[in-house]
Design a protein around this ligand. Structure first.
Ligand code: GCU
Length: 616
């Protein structure tokens, strides 16, 4: 009874979310596109830097009915044209524009991308333009017809082209605007570079008129020999059949599509090799209808909390982790390539991690696919970061959209164990109400995972005058399954030794993850040998912070994981200390050029010897 009511609720809600998604931006989101046959549109695109948003606004600052720079490289009307894509510079897609041309490093505003593409229409087929991510707001035209728009820089979206695409030559124009806006998600202030552009893969996807656009398959928490879920077949009417098979498990089930084009799936399967960091087993899964067929590689595991424990496949687990920004190693810029991913996650494995916190926004899908393969548990987050407009319902709608897109894209990634709805937000009533709504939505959209957020912590001097107490009593903690807390003892507060006399007063009987801690060091900057008080910014001082943090963390009874800030130095406009920061946050254990700092080896030892964290 409970389960069917839950299922009905989830059905209703997913339909509402999907509808509102489409309503807002005329986009949808096709799941598992990277396993479909697609036509890549990656490569060089012509680009027009539109500093004054001339393409969007008239000279009287009225929003244009239709974009301005949407005509083909030439204007058949013969009017003098203030632009010409054919002679315009080119930008690589995928990629941020800031690191492609020196004059664009600091550029924030609209840039118009254009490229031609060939297409051959096939009968009973729908055509979509798939965009892995575009930061921040994008408007899309194909053959001068507006097809969609999207807001949010880190989640994918799909625009239907079926009615506008022609046989033969076509062209697409996309205006991408990374202007920071107060009612944005994120809002005006971020401690990461506002890389703009078509930052992830762009492709054309042809699908049958009735096609599989979403599904969720997971191991039942109650029965480890049962895989449950659903398949949504866009355009299918009641009664259509869906088959899900897992050949290696000799498991198969058929479901019937209901009035909302959704089939419930239940597959009994014996001897499932459960996914875990030690055993990142993925199974080939085939999903088929009469007209459509897709494959995926899915790991089956359960994740839950019980009291202050986090249980993976029913067993207590400690998350030995590191935080990571999607900054590309060596070349810098927004990370997207398999090479970027292999370098970043390779370093996390080398560190001895079984978990990574992907901050503060959903990373490229290659990151979560690779975490699935490498056996790294993932904390995935939407950029409800710092001081959003928590009173503004339009902003809440944007957060909900991004949460829906994040969960929809990565629902079937075994590596993802935690959805995070926020980072370091001010403890106000409006914020707690806003984020509690987000936590509830995450639970409704995905009841199979844990929901968390990175909270700020109150500090009180001990009445003895010796040491301090960190108090974790943020009201948002009530709604969370796992409490994340950020602290910077030794950097923004106290000296590194301060950790020795810091105790933690945690007002929730829930698992706690120390989601951020650490300090800056300029790689290669060293204190004199034997210096008992190494200076700030030296590798020795950063190492000090780690040496004092580890024993403090081990004294926290419900500590179930940690992800120090941060794996690699990353670009930030807030970091302007010349010679030390030069627009980089230097809290990395590795510099952006791959130099490992002393603290890297301290944490590596603690993880390898399991001297940080309660042994499983
Ligand atoms: C904060 C924040 C990070 C930031 C870090 C820092 O905790 O969550 O985004 O980069 O501190 O100050 O280095």
């Amino acid at each position: 009874m409970l389960r069917t009511r839950g299922r009905l609720l989830l059905t209703g809600l997913l339909v509402v979310i999907a509808a509102s998604l489409r309503a807002q931006s005329n986009t949808t989101l096709l799941v598992d596109v990277d396993h479909r046959t697609t036509t890549s549109l990656n490569g060089d695109w012509h680009a027009i830097v539109d500093q004054y948003a001339t393409g969007l606004y008239t000279f009287h600052q009225e929003l244009r009915k239709d974009g301005f720079f949407i005509n083909a490289p030439y204007d058949p009307s013969g009017h003098p044209q203030d632009y010409n894509f054919a002679n315009a510079v080119t930008l690589k897609v995928p990629g941020d524009w800031n690191t492609q041309r020196p004059e664009l490093l600091y550029y924030e505003g609209p840039i118009w991308y254009e490229r031609d593409f060939e297409h051959t229409a096939k009968p009973n087929t729908r055509t979509f333009l798939h965009i892995g991510a575009a930061n921040y707001r994008s408007f899309v035209w194909v053959n001068t017809k507006k097809v969609c728009e999207h807001e949010g820089g880190f989640t994918p979206f799909d625009c239907e082209l079926t009615s506008v695409v022609k046989n033969g030559k076509n062209f697409v124009v996309i205006s991408v605007d990374n202007t920071r806006i107060a009612d944005g998600v994120p809002t005006l202030q971020t401690d990461w570079w506002n890389y703009g552009g078509l930052t992830r893969d762009v492709s054309l996807v042809d699908v049958p008129t009735e096609f599989i656009d979403d599904y969720g398959l997971h191991l039942s928490r109650a029965d480890h020999e049962l895989i449950e879920g659903y398949v949504h077949v866009e355009g299918a009417s009641s009664g259509a059949r869906v088959t899900v098979s897992i050949p290696e498990l000799n498991a198969r089930a058929t479901g019937t599509v209901d009035s909302s084009s959704r089939a419930t799936i239940s597959i009994p399967a014996k001897l499932i090799n459960l996914w875990s960091p030690e055993n990142p087993k993925l199974y080939k899964v085939e999903i088929a209808t009469d007209a459509d067929k897709i494959e995926d590689e899915i790991g089956f595991r359960t994740i839950e909390s019980r009291g202050t424990q986090i249980l993976l496949n029913g067993q207590p687990v400690f998350l030995r982790g590191i935080s990571i920004h999607a900054e590309a190693p060596y070349r810098t810029g927004r990370a997207y390539s398999q090479k970027d991913v292999d370098t970043l996650l390779g370093w996390a494995k080398e560190l001895g991690c079984n978990y990574v916190r992907l901050a503060h926004y959903p990373h490229d899908e290659r990151m979560t696919r690779t975490a699935d393969k490498l056996g790294l548990m993932v904390w995935s987050e939407i950029p409800d970061y710092w001081a959003l407009q928590f009173e503004n319902p339009a902003v809440l709608a944007k957060s909900k959209q991004q949460l829906g897109e994040m969960i929809r894209r990565d629902r079937n990634k075994a590596s993802i164990v935690l959805w995070s709805v926020a980072n370091e937000t001010p403890n106000t009533e409006a914020r707690t109400k806003y984020l509690t709504t987000m936590v509830d939505l995450a639970h409704q959209l995905d009841p199979t995972r844990l929901v968390t957020a990175a909270l700020l912590v109150r500090t009180e001097k001990n009445s003895s005058g010796h040491g301090t107490t960190k108090i974790v009593d943020d009201p948002l903690g009530k709604a969370l399954d796992v409490i994340g807390t950020n602290e910077y003892i030794g950097w923004y507060e106290q000296h590194a030794e301060g950790a020795d006399s810091t105790t933690w007063d945690i007002r929730y009987q829930k698992p706690l993850i120390m989601s951020e801690w650490g300090g800056d060091a300029k790689a290669g900057k060293h204190a004199p040998a034997g210096d008992a008080h190494p200076a700030l910014w030296t590798e020795e001082y950063q190492a000090e912070i780690y040496n004092h943090q580890i024993p403090m963390l081990n004294k926290i009874p419900q500590l179930r994981g940690t992800s120090p800030w941060i794996l690699m130095d990353f670009r930030s406009a807030r970091r302007v200390n010349p010679g030390l920061q030069d627009n980089f946050n230097r809290k990395g254990l590795i510099s952006d050029q791959g130099q490992k700092k002393q603290a890297f080896f301290i944490l590596q030892k603690a993880y390898k010897d399991k001297t940080l964290g309660k042994p499983e």
